[in-house]
Design a protein. Sequence first.
Length: 286
Amino acid sequence: MTRHLLWLLLASTTISLVGCGADPEAATGDAERFITLGSTTSTRDSGLLDHLDPLFEADTGISVRVIAAGTGRALEMGRRGDVDVLLVHHRPSEDAFVAAGDAPYRRDVMYNDFVIVGPPDDPAGVRGAATATAALEAIADTDALFLSRGDDSGTHKAELALWAAAGRSAGERGDGYRESGSGMGATLNTASELGAYTLTDRGTWLSFRNRGHLELLLEGDPPLRNPYGVLPISPTKHPHVKFADAEAYVDWLVSPTGQAAIAAFRVGGEPLFFANAAQAKPAAAD
């Protein structure tokens, strides 16, 4: 083989290795360190994650890539091992997730509450209702337009629980009952256009700018309380997850630093979420 042909072969081999080999940044140790968070649309739509995640990255060097979906879909991503950690808001589903071994534990992070919003003329008389279930009964009885998220989110699950408490099955919610199949922001947009009632978390409502003629009509009923939990995905079921970095995220959220950052997040001077983490770490599920 001539020297010229040998040089061409070596050059071709080098190009092939660069084209199909590992990321050059990874080879030099400069690859981005990140976790993937499965979260609810309310934490995204309210702007909370845009506030929290850069602070976490500044403290730890770990960036956060967010996949925002309803709580039901986020939990399903966790079951498949598609994310490293979850921030969601439906306690019964979260407890079942831990019991099934999909997460070793759950930590309280914060809470806000749900409110019922609707048109200012309030044809169903929601303003005068004593409870959220009474409000839904009035909406159903008057066939007023009600827009449900219908997306298996934490908000949708809470809404269904309220309908159940009101004794109203799927066919007994009035002729105006509709499902958007969308996140909270999109559902509020549609409700604003249609002049419909809807159930929303307070955080998204306070940060929502396209209210049109929608008004807050009912709040403060104890069943409307809305707790959020954070759950790292089980490394036993999914060895590929970044469990150490996911735990770093959990620990930061429930630390005094993370809790202060949650408390500091406000829109128009109003807090959107209330930090409530217990500092003691719960025992892992069997």
